[in-house]
Design a protein around this ligand. Sequence first.
Ligand code: SF4
Ligand code: MG
Length: 322
Amino acid sequence: AKVLLKVENLKKYFPIRHGMFARHIGDVKAVDDVSFELFEGETLGIVGESGCGKSTTGRAIMRLHEPTAGSITFDDVELTALNKEAMRKARRDIQMVFQDPYASLNPRHTIEKILEEPLIVHGIGNAQERKKKVHEYLEIVGLSAYHAKRYPHQFSGGQRQRIGIARALMTNPKLIIADEPVSALDVSIQAQVLNLMQKLQDDLQLTYIFIAHDLGVVRHISDRVGVMYLGKMVELAESESLYNEPLHPYSQALLSAVPIPDPQYEREQLILKGDIPSPSNPPSGCTFHTRCPKAMEHCKTVVPKLQQVKPGHSVACHLYDA
Ligand code: SF4
Ligand code: MG
């Protein structure tokens, strides 16, 4: 398959300033040297605890957060080289779905107005065509034209997320970055929204980055999964390989909470000690060494690099050094 998105050495540092002269005293390394490719039509799940940099990665790809360093190639265009206006146009092809659809839908606008807005912003269609498309997309996400004149508060959480998804689809994007799209929903509703997203992916040939804090949520929807910890991608693998044989001790710990899909594999159960260190002062060497049950002496000083250890499966951990 074609590479739709290539992220190389992406960094997003947020400066920490102090005192009346706003002296720069350090950086929060929210995303610290992340690289991956995304193939057309696939779903890449990105998973990690809050503060691991998964949302910042999504926003940096869209340049909603300006990357500190690195390269983002989308559809053969280097996004970091685009000026503001060209980047605004590029966002027609990359859209986001957010965790809390209620917060991202203007409460004073009708659904019709909310869905029409991206079309107006990108100069797509005349008033009549826009209205037709709004009604069509309400149907596509399982609502109906009958809902067009209603306001966000008149919908349930699941329906609001359907509206959020419809809004993201209005410009016919190629890539959807979904940032915890089902985390705020009841488990029964989560499955409905995930099924809808899978159907839309097939019908509309979409490519997804699906961000979640829980490996269970992304299991069925993801072709590959990346696990992030303190701003770094620590494991990146095809889903089956990751869920059956997680290699990084952090992934093993995250997966201890998720049932084993294939009982022929045995999985070590790992329990993490301590809290996530602050991303403004990450541990030296492997940033996971303070919590890793398998840490070795050199883990404290040598940063492990993400390296492929078997086909379709990469990990950043000294346990797998040749
Ligand atoms: Fe644990 Fe060392 Fe591997 Fe880091 S590099 S995950 S500390 S074993
Ligand atoms: Mg899929």
